[in-house]
Design a protein around this ligand. Structure first.
Ligand SMILES: [Zn+2]
Length: 169
């Protein structure tokens, strides 16, 4: 099994110590953070607590469980086609049918609360020219994702750069 380090490189688990003994152990909880780096020898390794909720990166960063339809993204730009039937309308229409792709909340089409077109994969994680699609996301999930996206970009960008290379982009 391989784990990714803070530098985007990989370390292999060489042994698992399956110990059976009585010993005082300490559970590490970082308030407000479920995901953080620990040092395995000299290698910083990303770990996360087993309990996951909507604030975890694995809950708000990937394509969510409510994702149904999406539209192709023209670029990483946050400027969307606002004309009738354009990107903004299409994303709101998809959202009004299937909900926020992350949490499932549904605002009726035409209501004041609309959806944010969410680039997948996340724009700060991929090199320019990487294929992305737009999914409907509510503003709450979008804000939570933005924090994690920034924090994890130094780890994720090198991974996607490797993927892009393998894809011949
Ligand atoms: Zn949501």
């Amino acid at each position: 099994m391989w784990l990714q380090t803070a530098a985007g490189t990989w370390v292999q688990i060489t042994a698992i110590d399956d110990a059976h003994r009585s010993q005082k152990v300490h559970n590490l909880t970082v308030e407000g953070q479920h995901t953080y780096f620990v040092l395995a020898g000299n290698a910083p390794v990303l770990v996360h607590n087993a309990k996951r909720d909507r604030t975890d990166p694995e809950a708000v960063c990937p394509i969510g469980p409510y994702a149904a339809e999406s539209i192709p993204a023209r670029s990483k730009s946050q400027k969307f086609d606002e004309s009738p039937g354009g990107e903004r309308d299409q994303i709101n229409e998809i959202g009004s049918r299937f909900g926020c792709h992350t949490c499932g909340i549904i605002f009726p089409f035409g209501s004041k609360k609309g959806y944010v077109p969410d680039h997948q994969p996340i724009s700060s994680w991929v090199p320019d020219g990487f294929p992305q699609r737009l999914y409907s996301q509510c503003i709450d999930c979008s804000r939570k994702q933005a924090g994690w996206a920034r924090q994890l970009a130094p780890v994720m960008l090198p991974s996607y750069e490797r993927i892009a290379k393998e894809m011949g982009l």
